[in-house]
Ligand binder design. Structure first.
Ligand code: FE
Ligand code: ZN
Length: 508
């Protein structure tokens, strides 16, 4: 549910005002982010056209109830991506074979722990990077550090705003939430009141705070506490639709689990044939694929969980990878493939994970296949994609109320909001280097993950959040946990339509 006051405030950041005739009922059952995004999209279109047409752009600055109703109607009637249907096979001709590939992968140094001192440096770097993002928020000025409150002997009643790492969160005797916010100078005790009917959204937001995330808080000093009235997350500002020069597509894959009895090899092979235009049906989408990004859990591995050997088709780890690399041989040379590891894979388990080394790759060599780190920031003909396997999603789903395995994209949204791929330290294994390379300092066009084995897609502030599911059938373990995977559904993004099409290879 969208809170009208909150919406007014959010839109005012983009210089868009809402008329006083807007009713709460109008916006009751719409997602706030989709609404904001659509309003901004329309405003930008209006600005683009305003040089030739009348001044539509001006008119959109103040939105009335009618306008909002119209916008909500159009959001609700937007087409969702649909699986393609079989049609007559034509002769396959790749349209993108001739397009020049222009890609780059942001290679960061994989950190190594050298001393216990690195711990402090790691969190200091996380705080610095995220504070820089928060400092850009309009109309708010944070204290330089928490110590300033004491140094300047601020009295009770004074309004302040601070940034810090959540180092502790408890429920007090009175049912309020007390959070300790820490920086390198001091610790502040922040209270989120649990008052019925009053600022209940703030309390609900506070319930979602997790250890080690960096937030901004505005509140009133009530010594020795701060009574919070607002939480500020380093969430990205609205990302606008890009205009790409080339018409090309990117296919997204995760969690192949080669070597598992449950790896759906036939379906995967069918997909590879489809990419080559060698199947019945629509070859138009396949013909535009220029890139494939594979976000980890390439092989099933060995000894990843108790009694895994019973679930393995291939007991030898090297042969699991041979199966995978052999399959890649059939991908045409004009398609560039990026391969990163996940938590099942044979590389350093702690994140960031280095790329597979030569013991795994062996003599496989194809110049169009790129072996990269987890996570990686990949730019493809102007399209910016941040791919991460998604191991941290387990701890995030467990820690934040309301998140479930059935909607991985919402959990991913919480990560983007916090600008961190793995905010809860210790939730999964991280190497605390001098730099925190898991901070999302550049907002991508697409945030891509796997690990949950469930497809998901949501638009958050203009960033397309995608979980590309799996190629492994439902495991015994998942049945016990009540997880419902969605195998063999491959999302394909097209640069011109700005949309995903989900190609369903589940039945083949
Ligand atoms: Fe997996
Ligand atoms: Zn995984």
């Amino acid at each position: 549910m969208v809170d009208l006051k909150h919406l007014v405030k959010k839109l005012s950041q983009f210089k868009i005002l809402l008329a006083s005739d807007i009713k709460q009922e109008t916006i009751n059952d719409i997602d706030e982010n989709s609404l904001i995004q659509k309003i901004i999209e329309l405003r930008n279109v209006a600005i683009e056209n305003s040089s030739t047409e009348n001044n539509n752009a001006k008119k959109l600055e103040l939105l009335k109830n009618d306008d909002i109703e119209r916008i909500i109607y159009s959001i609700k009637n937007e087409k969702l991506p649909r699986p393609i249907q079989s049609s007559i096979a034509g002769e396959f001709r790749s349209e993108v074979a001739g397009i020049e590939e222009k890609f780059s992968v942001d290679e960061k140094e994989i950190p190594k722990v050298t001393s216990i001192d690195d711990f402090t440096k790691y969190f200091k770097n996380r705080l610095e990077k995220i504070k820089r993002i928060l400092d850009k928020k309009p109309s708010i000025s944070f204290l330089n550090n928490i110590e300033e409150m004491q140094k300047n002997k601020y009295l009770s009643g004074r309004e302040i705003a601070i940034v810090g790492i959540v180092s502790k969160k408890i429920i007090t005797k009175n049912g309020n939430i007390m959070v300790e916010l820490e920086d390198e100078t001091d610790i502040a005790k922040v209270i989120f009141m649990n008052k019925q009917g009053m600022n209940t959204n703030l309390f609900k937001d506070a319930e979602k705070l997790v250890n080690d995330e960096v937030i901004g808080v505005k509140g009133k000093i009530s010594n020795p506490f701060i009574i919070a009235n607002e939480i500020m997350w380093p969430e990205p500002v609205i990302k606008l639709k890009k205009n790409f020069e080339d018409d090309f597509s990117v296919a997204f894959i995760s969690d192949i689990h080669a070597g598992s009895k449950l790896f759906m090899e036939k379906n995967f092979q069918h997909m590879l044939k489809w990419i080559n235009g060698k199947t019945d049906g629509n070859t138009e989408i396949a013909g535009k694929i220029k890139y494939i990004v594979i976000a980890g859990d390439i092989a099933d591995g060995i000894g990843i969980y108790p009694n895994q050997d019973k679930d393995l088709q291939i007991q030898d780890i090297y042969q699991q990878y041979s199966l995978f690399f052999n399959m890649l041989e059939s991908i045409p040379d004009y398609i560039h493939v990026f391969v990163m590891p996940g938590n099942h894979d044979a590389t350093q388990r702690a994140e960031p994970q280095p790329p597979f080394d030569s013991t795994i790759i062996k003599d496989f060599k194809k110049t169009n296949v790129h072996i990269i780190q987890n996570p990686s920031y990949i730019t493809m003909n102007g399209l910016e994609v941040l791919s991460y396997h998604g191991t941290s999603l387990d701890s995030v789903i467990a820690a934040i109320p309301g998140l479930t395995y059935s909607r991985p994209e919402i959990a991913m949204q919480e990560l983007l909001k916090r600008r961190h791929l793995s905010p809860i330290y210790g939730g999964n294994i991280i190497v605390p280097g001098i730099k925190d390379n898991l901070v999302i300092d550049k907002t991508p066009d697409i945030l891509h993950m796997g690990h949950i084995h469930k497809n998901g897609l949501v638009n958050y502030h203009g960033v397309k959040i995608l979980n590309s599911g799996t190629w492994q059938a439902k495991t015994e373990f998942q049945i016990k946990q009540g997880h419902i995977p969605t195998p063999c559904k491959m999302p394909v993004f097209n640069s011109k339509t700005d949309r995903f099409t989900i190609i369903d290879f589940a039945i083949s």
